[in-house]
Design a binder for this molecule. Structure first.
Ligand SMILES: CCCCCCCCCCC/C=C/C(=O)SCCNC(=O)CCNC(=O)[C@H](O)C(C)(C)COP(=O)(O)OP(=O)(O)OC[C@H]1O[C@@H](n2cnc3c(N)ncnc32)[C@H](O)[C@@H]1OP(=O)(O)O
Ligand code: NDP
Length: 256
């Protein structure tokens, strides 16, 4: 998408970069010259991704659960030792499970809030304090979901992602003095490994609820992400951009 050297000398971290959308984002950043770290919980997945991404440039992985401050500290140390700096953080790791609100157990609610809101915050604060604030430079991109009309069928993730959406605006203001930009991307329904977590019958007919009558691709999300963390978006901060084929504006995804 971009000229090959847009991210030359830039170091990026993509959480959840071992699969799906995160992998596609890592790929775009590498293609445009960045050095990329990927992180996730499952080593086997990360190792396989790193092996193929390394064909495009410098890529390393580290096992890190974004909910675990100690593991985040180890990730900070690893990036410091091997690259010495960080310029771009993409908070892509996340997920949830479908459930009607009345059926959600406390443990399940907390698991989703912890993964998507708390984990994103722990990672953001750690990377900002270790790198972006002292460097007086950095860009943060949060991947959320389409929360435009609420998220019926997944109230926990709607609440967590709305928290991240608002955090994006707050940090964009607070950290502008450090020359840190903070934005978010809200994907609609994207044909990715993530959808394997949903029963196929739940996905049946979803394309019809989207004006463009198809699901998005991981590349279509990654192109927007690469733009937002690039110098071409230098004056954009505190923004949430939807990449959803118009889904947020149209159609009935949830049967009452
Ligand atoms: C009803 C209509 C819905 C409409 C659906 C539209 C479908 C398309 C929309 C697509 C938009 C978004 C897509 C994506 O985001 S794709 C990415 C998806 N990827 C993932 O979700 C993977 C990551 N997910 C997880 O890691 C887990 O889901 C979780 C966030 C919960 C973290 O799990 P953790 O390891 O912390 O926790 P546990 O597995 O131990 O579970 C803790 C408790 O959570 C409850 N739980 C977990 N899974 C389920 C489930 N499938 N169903 C119900 N409850 C669940 C449960 O209380 C667990 O405790 P117990 O095991 O003790 O019972
Ligand atoms: N696909 C879709 O339709 C949509 C996806 N999204 C969001 O986009 C992001 C990427 O999803 P997608 O690529 O589709 O799905 P995937 O399930 O392939 O990606 C999720 C990634 O997050 C990582 N991850 C999850 N929890 C943690 C954790 N606690 N710590 C570290 N890593 C974690 C997983 O790695 P590991 O298993 O190794 O931990 C995995 O690589 C997610 O936040 C998802 O909710 C939003 C809207 C729509």
């Amino acid at each position: 998408m971009f000229q090959a050297n847009v991210f030359d000398q830039k170091v990026a971290l993509v959480t959840g970069g071992g699969s799906g959308i995160g992998y596609a984002i890592a790929e775009q950043l590498l293609r445009a010259g960045a050095r990329v770290f990927i992180a996730g919980r499952k080593e086997e997945k990360l190792k396989k991704a790193q092996e193929s991404l390394s064909q495009l440039g410098q890529c390393a992985y580290q096992v890190c659960d974004i909910r675990d401050s100690e593991q985040i500290g180890q990730l900070v140390a690893f990036i410091k030792e091997t690259a010495g700096r960080l310029d771009i953080l993409v908070n892509n790791a996340g997920g949830q499970f479908p459930s009607l609100a009345e059926d959600m157990a406390e443990k399940g609610w907390n698991a989703v809030i912890n993964n998507n809101l708390n984990g994103t915050w722990y990672m953001t604060q750690a990377m900002a304090k270790a790198f972006f604030i002292p460097q007086k430079q950095g860009t943060i991109l949060n991947i959320i979901v389409n929360i435009y009309r609420g998220v019926p069928g997944m109230a926990h993730t709607g609440a967590a992602r709305a928290g991240v959406d608002n955090l994006t605006k707050t940090l964009a203001v607070e950290w502008s003095k450090y020359n840190i930009r903070v934005n978010a991307v809200a994907p609609g329904i994207i044909q990715s490994s993530g959808l394997e977590n949903y029963p196929p019958e739940m996905l049946d007919g979803l394309a019809e609820t989207i004006p463009m009558k198809r699901l998005g691709t991981t590349d279509e999300v990654a192109w927007l992400c690469a733009f937002l963390v690039s110098p071409f978006a230098a004056y954009i901060t505190g923004e949430t951009m939807y990449v959803d084929g118009g889904q947020r504006l149209f159609g009935q995804q949830f049967q009452l």
